[in-house]
Design a binder for this molecule. Sequence first.
Ligand code: ADP
Ligand code: MG
Length: 327
Amino acid sequence: MSLGEFDLIERFFWRPAAQGPRHAVVGNGDDCAVLAPRAGMQLAVSTDTLVEGRHFLSTVPPARLGHKCLAVNLSDLAACGASPLAFTLALTLPRVDEAWLAEFAKGLLDVADEHDCELIGGDTTAGPLAIGITVMGELPAGQALLRSGARAGDDIWVSGQPGLARLALEAFRGTLHPALPAEAFDAARLAMECPVPRVALGQGLRGLATSAIDLSDGLLGDLGHILRRSRVGAAINLDALPLSPYLAARPREVQLDCILAGGDDYELLFTAPPAERARVQQLGDALGLVLSCIGRTEAEPGLRLWRGEQVPVPNQWTSFDHFKGAA
Ligand code: ADP
Ligand code: MG
């Protein structure tokens, strides 16, 4: 190893003193970082780990990997309506590759700066490549968006155009016939490797949405979490699903697989009363983000799919489970 652990941390992950702690009272470099929550605010905390081969392919450029590791954590804050404050980074590296670390750190810290989210500490060890991030955000007390708040008769909304990350994955796996044109492949790959956390949308939904979740495991599986926690059912209108132009050329079944069961989208799925439809649309317009009303929650438990008439729910559209099929 050409660089020791502490040199590595200082060189790649500490900011110059001038950029000093912004949100933390004590930032990086001591035994603990110290945060002082503002009066009337609550802390929102979430952790996500990305493991090579399971959550990302070894082909991902390191800057994009750095981006994605923090973006998926910011997406959890977004789903709660929290504003980012700070994060810690647990880095497990197979070797010290300085060029790789410089790129990874740039991708990571660029997203951090974009969301004013300060790196306040971490841990660095040797082992198979894995990146664990714990992110902290703040919220006005009692205003967190939860999975449990949906009421029967709410509209079900989704942001953006989910499905492209799955399209990219299938392209990498070589299962698409005909293969994706280069432009579509690049766009899909960007969606998979550089998801955009919907942080401003989450904050805008405070006091407007009744429940929210970010799409990490697939739209229907993630909707299932809201339905179970809120004790409601849902009817989804397949014809109302947003369709990316890059998916439009694929067969309808592939489109639906990607949109409903794709995963790794990091769009927000949320519910809101029909009376708030205009406010939701105004929020989308203000953010330049397409928000689509794709169905409605119902008192009757379970999931019903509509395509003009009701159609069965295929098994493969249930949630992706990391332990399913594990040896
Ligand atoms: P300790 O042994 O007290 O846990 P460490 O030696 O692990 O401390 O880390 C020294 C300092 O460097 C701590 O402030 C820690 O938060 C920080 N740190 C360690 N790894 C990272 C990392 N990957 N990114 C940012 N800060 C880190
Ligand atoms: Mg330590």
